[in-house]
Ligand binder design. Structure first.
Ligand code: ADP
Ligand code: MG
Length: 325
């Protein structure tokens, strides 16, 4: 069992400036596994095609090599199980016998000491025999806090490549997904998807899928403009409540009162307008949708713990809903 998914291939991976290097190096690895780039470490935010590339490597090699794709969480779970059932040797053998190990989501190593020890053992054995190891993570090895120094330094000893997503690549991907779902490829549709999604291929796919099932009920342009006005209304209302300059709320300042108000405004954009996280991020000058997710969670949590805070938030919410009609 190699855990490989056929649907992820090099052929259906759209290439552009921000992922070209990762793509090329992965392809190179399949020509000479274990020799050139070993280990190969790819990192980047969620939804940018890291898992896709790992499977693509595996699919290319599985006919000729013993390949295994495994997310770190599964590695860890199966290790724990092996220890419980006294089958540690069997567990190790499974990895020792590989030609190519594709390990996904390595960031979950953080804090898992036993898993790190086992992985290190397997790593050393495979490296010594020039077996290919490809690792994927949402952050650079040096940012893997609470991972043993010896593992981090091994990860850093190979080739480290960041994968991103830029405007040009995003447009190409949108076109590919529209074709995939049999949707029109006109500029207006492309722009529509572009503007309503963040820099995340998973989100783009989800959006195009929804377009498909909803039979392309595109929002009229006026409603698009409307969205901006609604966000501005939320920002203005919250800013006024905190006696802050609304323009400052949209900037990434670190002042405490500002952060608090900004979090509440983001939260209200989510609950009242139900916009995608990434889009809310764009209104607030944040590239990363996780910052918005964090803000929303934070406000929810405080609402549960702090009655006064909850009243304040629901007061904002009511008055905004009233103005929106
Ligand atoms: P990650 O592992 O980086 O979070 P995934 O590899 O799971 O992201 O990608 C999320 C989805 O987006 C998958 O369905 C994948 O096929 C698709 N995808 C990502 N990048 C591309 C790309 N460059 N071309 C085509 N599809 C892509
Ligand atoms: Mg992934």
């Amino acid at each position: 069992k190699d855990n490989l998914l056929d649907k992820y291939t090099f052929e259906n991976f759209v290439v552009g400036p921000s992922n070209e290097l990762a793509y090329k190096v992965c392809l190179e690895v399949t020509k000479n596994p274990g020799k050139l780039f070993n280990p190969l470490f790819i990192y980047g935010r969620s939804g940018l095609g890291k898992t896709h590339l790992l499977h693509a490597i595996g699919n290319q090699l599985k006919a000729r090599y013993r390949v295994l794709y495994i997310p770190l969480m599964d590695f860890s779970d199966s290790m724990v199980k092996a220890f419980k059932e006294n089958r540690v040797e069997e567990f190790r053998e499974r990895f020792f016998n590989l030609d190519v190990l594709l390990l996904d989501d390595v960031q979950f190593l953080v804090g898992k000491e036993r898993t790190q020890i086992e992985l290190f053992r397997i790593y050393e054995k495979l490296q010594a025999e020039e077996k290919q190891i490809v690792l994927v993570s949402d952050r650079h090895p040096r940012d893997l806090k609470d991972v043993s120094e010896r593992l981090v330094s091994r990860f850093e000893s190979g080739l480290i490549i960041e994968i991103g997503l830029d405007e040009e690549t995003k447009r190409r991907i949108i076109k590919q997904k529209l074709i995939l779902y049999g949707l029109p490829l006109d500029q207006e549709t492309i722009d529509y998807v572009f503007e309503n999604t963040g820099y995340n291929v998973r989100e783009i796919e989800g959006f195009v899928k929804t377009l498909k099932v909803s039979g392309i009920k595109r929002l009229p342009k006026s409603e698009e403009l409307d969205k901006e006005k609604k966000v501005q209304l939320i920002i203005n209302t919250v800013a006024k409540g905190f006696k802050l300059n609304p323009e400052l709320l949209k900037k990434d300042t670190k002042e405490r009162r500002m952060i608090n108000a900004r979090h509440i405004a983001m939260f209200l954009c989510k609950t009242i307008l139900n916009l995608p996280y990434s889009q809310i991020g764009e209104f607030f000058g944040k590239k990363d949708h996780t910052a918005v997710m964090y803000a929303v969670k934070k406000v929810e949590q405080r609402c549960r713990e702090d009655r006064k805070f909850m009243y304040m938030v629901s007061f904002f919410e009511k008055s905004i809903r009233k103005s929106l009609g």
